[in-house]
Write a new protein. Structure first.
Length: 259
């Protein structure tokens, strides 16, 4: 992976390590374009994100590192924003960043990817859960607020799979992503979770390629040692789906990079 745009810092309260450690690991892995996209603040689920009062500290820390390492690697500044319509905040949406990743971690305020709340899967129809999730992805894309879709099929994290065809469930969401000119990330974090595969699946990635949806890459690292893991697998996966270039963003403008 020469591009890796989705990584965290210890400011989010559930990651560890210093910014410099992440960057040094990225340089060691041969990454040329490396982005931080911290969990953006919102007035909900504050335990797993930075506070509004920390935005300046976060942004200045990344920009300082960008200058420090400019001869070795290009550093990008972003946020990963939870799409919960009632909690979206202009302080985040209007931030002076390179990109915003839009992610769905909640279905009707249920944190479905949090092991603390895994029991909720047993109380609901799994097809319905998947449909609600991709409806939220579709709505997020239609909002036109974000540049990148975070971990497209995160709902599979605990391997509760639907009976219905996943590509059909995701169809309208993919069409909305295309219409919004967003990209999707190939996110390796799924290899570290019970599902044991990247987000999205190869099957969904091939559907994205049919629609000519751009891709980027993501370690989604919460520890420095997670940077660059599974790079070969996701590059092979991207090529298998028909891709030979990915995107970066500078000040919300998309640029294509061959890999």
């Amino acid at each position: 992976m020469i591009v890796d745009l989705h990584n965290h810092t210890k400011l989010c309260n559930h990651a560890e390590g210093e910014i410099d450690e992440y960057i040094e690991k990225a340089i060691e892995c041969g990454i040329k374009y490396f982005g931080f996209s911290e969990h953006a603040p919102m007035n909900f689920d504050q335990k797993y994100r930075i506070g509004f009062e920390q935005m300046k500290e976060y942004e200045e820390s990344v920009l300082k590192a960008k200058e420090k390492y400019k001869e070795k690697i290009e550093i990008f500044l972003g946020y990963e924003v939870d799409y919960l319509k009632s909690y979206l905040d202009k302080r985040v949406l209007n931030a002076d960043v390179d990109y915003l990743i839009g992610s769905v971690h909640f279905i009707e305020e249920w944190g479905f990817d949090n092991p603390e709340f895994i029991g909720n899967y047993e109380n609901q129809d799994i097809d319905e859960i998947w449909e609600k999730y991709f409806n939220a992805i579709e709505e997020m894309a239609k909002s036109r607020l974000f540049d990148i879709v975070g971990h497209l099929d995160l709902i599979k994290i605990f391997k509760y799979m639907p009976k219905k065809d996943i590509n059909q469930i995701a169809k309208n969401a993919l069409l909305a992503i295309k219409e919004a000119d967003m990209s999707i990330e190939i996110n390796v974090a799924g290899f570290r979770k019970p599902v044991g595969e990247a987000y999205p699946s190869l099957s969904l990635l091939k559907e994205a390629k049919k629609l000519d949806i751009a891709i980027t890459f993501a370690s989604d690292a919460h520890k420095p040692e997670q940077v660059g893991l599974f790079s070969d697998k996701v590059i092979d996966m991207a090529k298998n789906a028909g891709y030979n270039e990915c995107v970066i963003y500078r000040k919300r403008k998309k640029e294509f990079i061959k890999f």
